[in-house]
Design a protein around this ligand. Sequence first.
Ligand code: PRT
Ligand code: ZN
Length: 284
Amino acid sequence: MTLRIALQKSGRLTDPSHALIQECGIEYERYNGRLKLTAYNFPVEILLLRDDDIPQSVARDVVDAAIVGENTVAEDASDIEIHRRLGFGRCRLSIAVPRSNSYTGISDLQGKRIATSYPTILSSFLDSHSVSAEIHSLSGSVEIAPSIGMADAICDLVSSGSTLLSNGLKEVETVFTSEAVLIARKQLPPEVLAILNKLISRIDAVQRAKSLKYIALNVPKDKVSAICEILPGLKSPSILSMPDSDWCSIHTVIEESNFWELIDQLKTNGAQGILVMPIEKLIE
Ligand code: PRT
Ligand code: ZN
C-alpha cells in the first residue's frame, strides 16, 4: 500500500512543500519534467499537479492527500478533511477597489461588479453581509479588471500588497485568510490512513521542533532557583553542578516566540555563556 500525495507542480508552494516532506526523512529524486515521484524509504508516491486541480484530485480519488493553499480548498472542496495547517504560503483573499474611490463600508459594494477567481468564497462572504453584487469569474489577471472597465472591484489573493498598489487599487475587506494545509480525502482505506497518520506525526515533530530552541547556560548556584522559575521548559530543566565552583550549568528547551524577552531576563538574573541551539526534531 502507498499513500499518493499531490504537491503543487510549480509555484509558490512547491519548494516549501518538498522541503517539509524531506524534513520528514522521506527521500526521493526530483527530475525535470517527471510528474510522479516515488520515495525510496517511505510508502509514498508524490504527484505534481496544478494547485487548482488538487482539491478535485483528492475528492475524486486520483490522490489520497495533498499540500495546497487553504483558499483553493475553500473554493472547491467536498469530502476533504484539513489535517494540519503548515505555516507557509500565507496570504489573504481581499476585496480591493480603485484607490480614488471613497469607500465607507461593505454596503458600498451593493450592486457592484466584482471580478475574482474565487466566486464561491466571495459569494458566501457577500451573502453573510447581505450584500448582493455581480460576481465576474476570471481565471487570472484579476487585478487589471477595474482599469479596463470590466469590474468596479476585485477579490484576489494578497500577500505584500504590491500588486494592488501597482494597479492603483486599495484593499478594503479581508474575505478569507489562508496558508498551506495538509488535506486528505475523508474515509481513506485503513492501511492508507495509517501511512497518512505516520506522515502527520513526522510533520508534527518537525513543526514542533521549529518552534523550540535548546539552551544551555551557566548560572551562579545561588541564582538557580530564581532562574528555574523563569524557564518554562518542556520538563524541568537539567541542572549540572560543577564541582568546586559556585556555578552550575542549566540545559532546557524554550519556545522561540518569547525568546529574546527570556534571554534578557536570564541575563538580568546573572546567567552567562548562554548557548542557543536549533532542534531538528522533537518527538513527544
Ligand atoms: O500553476 P498553478 O495553477 O499551480 O499556480 P498558480 O499560479 O495558480 O498559484 P501560485 O503559485 O501563484 O500560488 C499557489 C498558492 O500560494 C495560492 O493558492 C495561495 O494559497 C498561496 N499564495 C500565497 C499566493 C500568494 N501568496 C500570492 N500573493 N498565491 C497567489 N498570490 C498572487 C496573487 O494572486 C496576486 O496576483 O500574488 C499576487 C499578489 O501578491 P502581492 O505580494 O503583490 O500582494
Ligand atoms: Zn493555479
